[in-house]
Design a protein around this ligand. Structure first.
Ligand code: A3P
Length: 272
């Protein structure tokens, strides 16, 4: 747990009372949380904000609309006032409050991403926000630490497996998604999320291309180019613009080699 959040994660565990209608977007950092928050918020609020022209995502960053519970306890973001409440969390599954794990029917959507991409994305990101110790390390040193689980909310494997096992045991409670699948067929995944949350698209909505407009609103290009995401901070030291990098899959080796000044070995390592 990052040292600046230990107290907050502790309060979250002990005090958070989940409501039946609550939704949690859970992830390991740099796995596509921002994207999934935007999609989830748009799906469940589509009746309230039927016009895309004055949608809150055009004036607020997804992390402001869907607060990270850990940061909520720091006072950096506010608890949603409308239901269903949608929250984000990086807390590992076994460390979630009991009221989420088994005392309510709230839902969790977990997004998982190729760990190499997650690592390189985090390394670049921590360098930009100057978050030590990652920002001061060579990429080999940082990778060694990552493999040994010394990374915020790590180890990656335990984090991912904790949510994956629960999604197998309770598929109506936890939906396990992959960043790569969203990139491959976002239309299919958006429908899957809407069905899982109990907000399925009607035929009329499909005819009106509501799904397509949500996808466009939440797309990497639209979000990265949006004025609201170009400057300012979300939490105390996290600048909005750094949440949008390249938004690609399996690009880790290319980016790693650029950072190291060496030529990449191609995509075969990940495939193997
Ligand atoms: P890269 O650094 O590889 O570009 P998180 O939101 O969990 O912090 O993850 C950040 C990663 O998700 C970044 O990856 C970022 O570019 C990517 N991302 C952010 N918004 C996205 C979107 N709308 N569509 C696809 N990828 C997105």
């Amino acid at each position: 747990c990052p040292s600046i959040l230990i107290k907050e994660v502790n309060i979250f565990q002990k005090q958070f009372q989940a409501k039946e209608s609550d939704i949690f977007v859970a992830s390991f950092p740099k796995s596509g949380t921002t994207w999934l928050k935007a999609i989830t918020f748009s799906i469940v609020n589509r009746q309230r904000f039927s016009s895309i022209d004055n949608h809150p995502l055009l004036t607020s960053n997804p992390h402001q609309l869907v607060p990270a519970v850990e940061f909520m306890y720091r006072g950096d973001v506010h608890c949603p006032t409308t239901e269903p409440r949608v929250f984000g969390t990086h807390t590992p599954f076994p460390s979630l409050p009991n009221s989420i794990i088994d005392q309510s029917n709230c839902k969790i959507i977990y997004i998982c991403r190729n760990p190499f991409d997650t690592f390189v994305s985090a390394w670049i990101y921590f360098d930009k926000i100057k978050l030590e110790p990652l920002s001061t390390l060579k990429i080999e040193e940082a990778f060694e630490m990552y493999c040994n689980g010394i990374i915020e909310f790590g180890p990656w494997w335990s984090h991912m497996l904790g949510y994956w096992k629960e999604s197998m045991a309770k598929p109506s409670k936890v939906l396990f998604l992959k960043y790569e699948d969203l990139k491959e067929d976002v239309n299919f995944e958006v429908k899957k999320i809407a069905d899982f949350l109990g907000f399925p698209f009607t035929q009329e909505e499909e005819n009106k291309e509501v799904i397509e407009s949500i996808i466009k609103l939440c797309s990497f290009e639209k979000m990265k180019d949006s004025e609201v995401n170009k400057s300012g901070i979300i939490y105390q030291f996290l600048e909005k613009k750094y949440f949008f990098g390249k938004g690609e899959t399996r690009d880790w080796n290319c980016r790693r080699s650029m950072l190291e000044g060496t030529s990449g070995a191609g995509d075969s390592c990940w495939k193997d």
